[in-house]
Each structure stands twice: as C-alpha cells, then as structure tokens.
Design a protein around this ligand. Structure first.
Ligand SMILES: Cc1cc2nc3c(=O)[nH]c(=O)nc-3n(C[C@H](O)[C@H](O)[C@H](O)COP(=O)(O)OP(=O)(O)OC[C@H]3O[C@@H](n4cnc5c(N)ncnc54)[C@H](O)[C@@H]3O)c2cc1C
Length: 506
C-alpha cells in the first residue's frame, strides 16, 4: 500500500512537492526477474547511485519509504539555505545604514511569507528528484519500506526484488535528546521545523554544531528571540578555533543568547510556556520559551532493514560498517551516503554513490580514503574547510607551516563591508603542499572550491600564487595567502644574491 506522507502545511506548494517525490497514485512497477542493483533509500546517495547505474545500462530498482530527495531536498539543505537567504536579507536591511542607506522605520519580516517562499522553491527544485523523472531515466521506482528478505532479495510493498548487488542508502534521522520532560513538552527537529507557518517568539535551539548554528542564526534574524544551548565551551567547537570565534562573536552581535558548557536538566510545560531548567558550572536557572528545536546529532536508519539476516554489520550510533571500497561485511551489499559516513553531507553522499557504481557494477577499486572532502557551515559569515586542521596534523606528527590572510586587508572585503574573516592554509613544513585550509567569509563555501581543486590536482601554493584572480574579489585572499608562502622563499641569502645582481646591472 502507498502510504502518503504527511507534509504540513497542506498548501499548493507542498502538494506539488508530494506529487513529485511521493506521488499518491504511484503504481509500483512489476519487478524485473533480477536487478543488477537494488538501492534502498532515495536521498542524494540513492538517487545518484540509481541514475548513474541506469545511465550505464544497469537494471536498477530504487526503493523509498518517504520522500524521494531524502533529507537534503525536503528537510535539510534546500529549506535551510532558502530561509538563510531570507535571513541574510534581513541582516542587510538591518546593516543598511553602514552603506549610507536609510531604511524606513517599520520594515517587517513576513515570517509566513519567508516560509512560503521556501516551500515554493523547494517544490520547484523537487522536479529534479521526481519519481517520474527517475522512471524516465530507466529506474524502477518502488514506494514503500524496503527490507532484506533473503540473501539476494529486498522486499517492498509485498514485492520481491531480486538483486545481484544491493546498496544501503537509508541515511539518518535526528537524535531525540534524552532530557526529562522534553518529549511531553513537545519539540521540533529538522523534520518539523520547516513546517512552521507562525513565528515562535522565543525559540530554544539545542546544539551548537552546524545544523543548530545555521538555524539559530536564521531564526534570530527572522525575528525570534533565540537561546542556543551547547554542551561545550564554544559553538562549532570541532571547527578551527579562530573561525568558531568569529561566528560566536557574530551570534552575540545578532543578539543570540548563548548558554554554553551547560546541561539541560529538564523541561516542563507551564501556562503554555516551555520551561527549560539548566544546570551550569556557574549558574542554575530556568528559561521560558515557546518552541524548542533539537539540532544535536544524527542517528543512522539501520532499523527494520533485517541487516542481521544478510550478514551486514552495523553500529546503532555510527551506522553501517563499510571497508574503504564501501563494501559492507556482505560482499554483495554496498552502502553510500550518511548511513556509513563520518562526513554527512550531500556532496559526500553523491561522491560515495559514484564510488559504489564503479565498485559494485564494474569491479572497480575506488577508495573512500582517496576523496578530498570540503564542507561548509552556512552561517554568516560562512565557515568552510577542507583537509587537515592544524590539531590533526599535530596529532599525526606532521609538521605544518600555516599562512593566514585576513579579509581586513582584502580590498573587495573592505568595499563589501565583510571584513570579518580569513583564509588560513596549512602546508607541509618547508614545502608548498597544501594539507588543509579554513576560510571564513560571507561566501566561503564558494571559495573553498579553489583550494579543494588545488589539493585534488596536487597543485601547491606556488601555483595558486601564479593564478591571476580578477580584481577586486574576496577570492584574491587565496592568491594573497599563497603570495605569503612565496615570500618565505625569499631567504636573506637569495635576497642578497638578487641585490648584488641588480647592483651589478646598474
Ligand atoms: C537541517 C540540515 C541542513 C543540511 N544542510 C546541508 C548542506 O547545506 N550541505 C550539505 O552538504 N549537507 C547538508 N545536510 C546534510 C544532508 O542533508 C545529508 O548529508 C544528505 O541528505 C545525505 O543523503 P543520503 O542519501 O545519505 O541520506 P538521506 O537524505 O537521509 O536519504 C535517505 C533516504 O532513505 C529513506 N529510507 C530510510 N530507510 C528506508 C527503508 N527501510 N526503505 C526505504 N527507504 C528508506 C529515507 O526515507 C530517506 O529518503 C543538512 C542536513 C540537515 C538535517
């Protein structure tokens, strides 16, 4: 039976989304006698695996129990980045006087309009992931919950799909914090927060990692009074410390109340308020809010797949165990995306899907460990990173030289009024080989691509220093940081030679 997922609010935009990614009248096809590949889960990892394999001539079945597109399209990247864009417009208006622009008083955020814009754009983007599009690409799309029912069989909605190889791409879901009284008081997660149509006046966000931080800042700028709870002494504490500090200061300027290093003891409902009782090193107290958003941690969707029966090993916290070729403990079954990765991003879901196609279907030996994976947290400014952090290099006993260019010295950043940030590159000591980089800038996510390209192409800082960048751009900071490296090559000895040579030529 095709159980239609509930997606609130019931409006025209969500109706379009559903008609694309879980059509109510979808007829599951008659299964082929055997598939080259049966893919369970149609998030980014599953969709890319299925489309890529079918494009190469494989007979592929794709199984999805909820919405094609998975988290990214429906309750992750797409809706979050859409509302972040609106929240940036608010910040631009707030800061307009710095640019010599007087904004009339009484400018208002239309919260419900912001959320409607998000639903409209999400519905539009959903066409890329639609069931009919994938059927047209040659994929047999089955809607329903899939599980392994035999060594070479996946069962979905009463149909048995026999496979030569299978791929588990079932992703993750939000972890529900174990705080006394929270479940009774009610809380939001990324699965429900994008259904809001009315602005919560006071919002508590639990979790100061990337998801919590992005949403805390967006909702603050859209007008909510936001309190962010984080159980470490700094938000984004896994990031480069200097980068995290810039974001923390930006949050304080935005008026986000930070409760750090604190345990949330219990939550209770009183006169319509949700009362959060905290217990910190310095203080204990109670904070009253209207809504609580839990944004701390992800749990892998391993339940109900009958993995034990097919000998696929997994960990309830870390997900399906894979080797470097993304093969599970059952050599006929592979995994891709969040279900098996530490780096839970859409672009890694896509990259691992590509590895799986080659390894599962064409006896490829592509390795997960060979990937160079960048990522970005879309706060304002953004924090993007690739490769090693300085602390990781230290732990591994690798010597590094670190080169930094602050945006305060970059003409375009000054002109843009976006000077809070930097480009920091770690190179192997005494060489120009790039080991890692962190960028803090309004569009750091765009800029990190250049350094990722250099790392993948084995191009060092010397090459980056020779690349002509258009003036004025913030990306010039990348060339300038590379120039900083080049200047270290000008040792007193070489400078002395140059001076003598030039004196001789006068
Ligand atoms: C708020 C938020 C913002 C994010 N922003 C970004 C961002 O800006 N950039 C970025 O790179 N990443 C971002 N991410 C992470 C990104 O969404 C994930 O990395 C990506 O969706 C992983 O894709 P996936 O295919 O592995 O898993 P998922 O997208 O989780 O897809 C798994 C699919 O499997 C289905 N499924 C599970 N079990 C079964 C079953 N038994 N049978 C059938 N189907 C099943 C699920 O319904 C789901 O559709 C964000 C995540 C969140 C929560």
């Amino acid at each position: 039976m095709n159980t239609i997922p509930e997606l609130l609010p019931h409006d025209a935009h969500n109706a379009i989304l559903i008609s694309n990614v879980h059509p109510p009248d979808w007829p599951n096809p008659e299964p082929a006698s055997r598939y080259n590949l049966v893919v369970i889960g149609a998030g980014t990892a599953g969709l890319v695996t299925a489309a890529g394999a079918a494009g190469l001539g494989a007979k592929v079945a794709l199984v999805e129990r909820h919405l094609l597109g998975g988290d990214c399209l429906n309750v992750g990247c797409v809706p979050s980045k859409t509302i972040i864009r609106s929240s940036r417009a608010v910040a631009d208006i707030r800061d307009a006087s710095q640019f010599g622009i007087r904004v009339p008083e009484g400018t208002e955020v239309g919260f419900s309009l912001v959320m409607e814009r998000m639903r409209r754009l999400r519905a539009r983007i959903s066409a890329h992931d639609s069931a009919t599009r994938f059927r047209d690409l040659g994929v047999d799309v089955f809607l329903g919950e899939g599980h392994f029912s035999g060594p070479d069989t996946v069962e979905v909605a009463g149909k048995a799909l026999r496979f030569k190889k299978a791929v588990i791409a079932t992703g993750t879901r939000p972890v529900y914090p174990t705080i006394e009284g929270l479940a009774e008081a009610g809380f939001l997660t990324n699965e429900t927060v994008f259904s809001l149509t009315e602005q919560p006046r006071r919002l508590a966000v639990i979790g100061g990692g990337p998801i919590g931080c992005e949403l805390a800042q967006a909702f603050r700028r859209l007008g909510c009074e936001v309190t962010l709870f984080h159980n470490a002494s700094h938000i984004l504490n896994r990031e480069d410390g200097d980068a995290a500090e810039i974001i923390q200061q930006s949050f304080i300027r935005d008026g986000i109340r930070l409760i750090l290093n604190c345990k949330t003891k219990k939550v209770e409902k009183k006169n319509g308020d949700k009362m959060i009782h905290i217990d910190c090193a310095e203080k204990a107290g109670t904070i009253a809010v209207d809504e609580i958003l839990a944004g701390a941690g992800r749990a892998p969707n391993v339940e109900g797949l009958n993995l034990e029966a097919v000998g696929v090993q997994y960990d309830k916290r870390k997900g399906v165990k894979v080797n470097d070729h993304l093969q599970t403990s059952n050599p006929m079954i592979y995994a891709a995306g969040d279900i098996c990765l530490n780096h839970k991003f859409t672009h890694t879901a896509e990259a691992t899907a590509r590895i799986v196609i080659q390894n599962a279907l064409f006896m490829g030996r592509k390795k997960l460990s060979a990937l160079t994976i960048p990522w970005c947290t879309y706060t304002d400014p953004e924090v993007a990173h690739v490769g090693m952090y300085e602390r990781e290099a230290k732990e591994k006993g690798i010597g590094v030289d670190t080169f930094v260019k602050t945006l305060k010295d970059v003409d375009r950043a000054i002109a843009d009024g976006e000077e809070e940030g930097f480009v920091k590159v770690h190179a192997r000591k005494g060489t120009d080989k790039i080991l890692g980089a962190t960028i803090v800038a309004r569009h750091a996510g765009e800029m990190i691509g250049e350094i990722t390209l250099a790392m993948v192409g084995n191009l060092g800082l010397r090459v980056l220093s020779n690349v002509i960048h258009t003036y004025p751009t913030q990306a010039e900071a990348i060339k300038q940081v590379a120039d900083t490296y080049s200047r270290t090559r000008l040792t007193p000895f070489i400078k002395g030679l140059f001076t003598r040579w030039l004196a001789w030529g006068r």
